[in-house]
Design a protein around this ligand. Structure first.
Ligand SMILES: [Mg+2]
Length: 215
């Protein structure tokens, strides 16, 4: 399996989804939605769920249905003490060092949050760049636009030369449809049938050792 480039999702992929980061961001989102859009506190969870299903992210749903100050929203929701949840990850650092491919972050989050996460994990130096939700013009994964934009930015690549790693089945499905090789980082059984499935990012080279030699 010859892979030239690996696109990694960030949140829930390069660190576990249940380590507290997402909970803290979700709390900030809830408060922001209640304070700014007049949504009742007990309706927020359903609204977010509906938006996630229909639009891919809560933000995209808010943009479609309300006047949103996007910079203000993103700054508020990501204002969390990251150092409380994330430590430098030498194991992940080792794995990334062993991968000869070019590596990119492809995230539905924004650049400042992504950069802070990578710095906190101590792995930023491995990545060519961060393709964030501004870059994909708020058409988040699994929208084909996001994947095609990523291929274009990384050097007008063919999807079949690329591996896409994400923790959300519908993102994997979107990438597969476009011809990427895929790795789902999740314990959950899914209908999507990724090319590979691992329960944590630390298992990447255990599951696909040929990535290190790239042939
Ligand atoms: Mg994720």
């Amino acid at each position: 399996m010859k892979i030239t480039t690996i696109f990694f999702d960030l949140d829930g992929t390069l660190y576990p989804h249940n380590n507290g980061v997402w909970g803290a961001i979700a709390e900030n989102m809830d408060r922001y939605i209640v304070d700014n859009f007049g949504i009742n506190e007990d309706k927020v969870a359903k609204l977010k769920q509906d938006y996630f299903i229909e639009y891919g992210t809560t933000l995209r749903g808010l943009q479609k249905n309300f006047e949103v100050d996007t910079l203000d929203y993103l700054a508020h929701v990501h204002d969390i003490p990251l150092e409380k949840y994330l430590k430098p990850n030498s194991k992940l650092n080792d794995i990334l060092t062993q991968l000869p491919q070019k590596k990119w972050i492809l995230t539905n989050s924004d650049y400042p949050h992504s950069e802070r996460v990578l710095n906190q994990l101590g792995i930023k130096q491995h990545f060519e760049g961060i393709i964030d939700v501004w870059t994909t013009k708020f058409l988040p994964k699994p929208d084909p636009f996001a994947f095609n934009k990523a291929l274009e930015i990384a050097g007008h690549l063919n999807s079949s030369d690329c591996l896409f790693v994400d923790d959300i089945p519908k993102n994997i499905e979107g990438a597969k449809t476009l011809g990427f090789k895929t790795v789902l980082v999740s314990d959950i059984k899914t209908e999507v049938s990724p090319d590979f499935q691992i329960s944590q990012i630390h298992d990447l080279l255990i599951e696909i050792p040929e990535l290190a030699t790239n042939n």
